[in-house]
Design a protein around this ligand. Structure first.
Ligand SMILES: O=c1nc[nH]c2c1ncn2[C@H]1C[C@H](O)[C@@H](COP(=O)(O)OP(=O)(O)OP(=O)(O)O)O1
Ligand SMILES: [Mg+2]
Length: 202
């Protein structure tokens, strides 16, 4: 079985591949499809954007699609960069420039006020069915400099107090146990298996 993830972010694709491996499900993405469209993220919430991306690609491809809209919410910045996380420092979508911008905006902010969370909305769109959307979060703090080389995006500046390391210091397997994406995907799996049980009722 194959599932299409409506994303062009290689970091997300690798995490989904790893998280679906145990189910024997092969993950493909928009990076495997020639001339796949860029869907504009016009929503104001993660949920809205994930639904827009999933439904746009589902209506073109006519197969079930999962889309991920995710980002970083920093409390001292009133929730920014939020849904603008990917384009925070400009439309060219640079992880390095985005991290630099958050670090400089938080310069001088003391540790107890550097709380933040990663948020992930996953929308599951299917032809002729109602789209289902879930949210997962992961709480942490913003470091004052980068730590670690794993993961992608804002991982090097995101500190996990319980684990006493940054998200970029975790292996892929460790990140996929605790991340916002893993929490959301578990909710989606629960939904899909419940639905399966309903179908199987005599
Ligand atoms: O686990 C994560 N670890 C670190 N950073 C993360 C993570 N998850 C999302 N992020 C950041 C990356 C990007 O700045 C934004 C997502 O933006 P978002 O529009 O959902 O994704 P994207 O434009 O890279 O790819 P696409 O829209 O094709 O799925 O949040
Ligand atoms: Mg995007």
């Amino acid at each position: 079985m194959k599932i299409l993830i409506a994303t062009k972010n290689i970091g997300k694709v690798k995490e989904f591949q790893s998280m679906f491996k145990d189910l024997g499900i092969e993950v493909i993405s928009l990076l495997d499809i020639k001339n796949s469209p860029d869907v504009e993220e016009t929503g104001v919430t993660f949920e809205e954007n994930s639904i827009i991306k999933a439904e746009a690609i589902c209506s073109i491809m006519k197969i079930p699609v999962i889309a991920d809209d995710s980002g970083l919410e920093v409390d001292a910045l009133e929730g920014r960069p939020g849904v603008y996380s990917a384009r925070y420092a400009g439309s060219e979508k640079s992880d390095e420039a985005n991290m630099d911008k958050v670090l400089s905006e938080l310069r001088g902010v003391a540790e107890p006020n550097r709380t933040a969370r990663f948020v992930c909305a996953l929308a599951f769109a299917r032809p002729d069915k109602k789209t289902f959307v879930v949210r997962g979060t992961c709480e942490g703090e913003i470091l004052s400099e980068r730590r670690g080389n794993e993961g992608f995006g804002y991982d090097p500046i995101f500190y996990l107090p319980q684990l006493e390391c940054s998200m970029a210091e975790l292996s892929k397997e460790e990140k996929n146990k605790i991340s916002h994406r893993a929490v959301a995907l578990q909710k989606l799996k629960d939904f899909i298996s419940k639905e399966d049980m309903l179908w199987q009722k005599p």
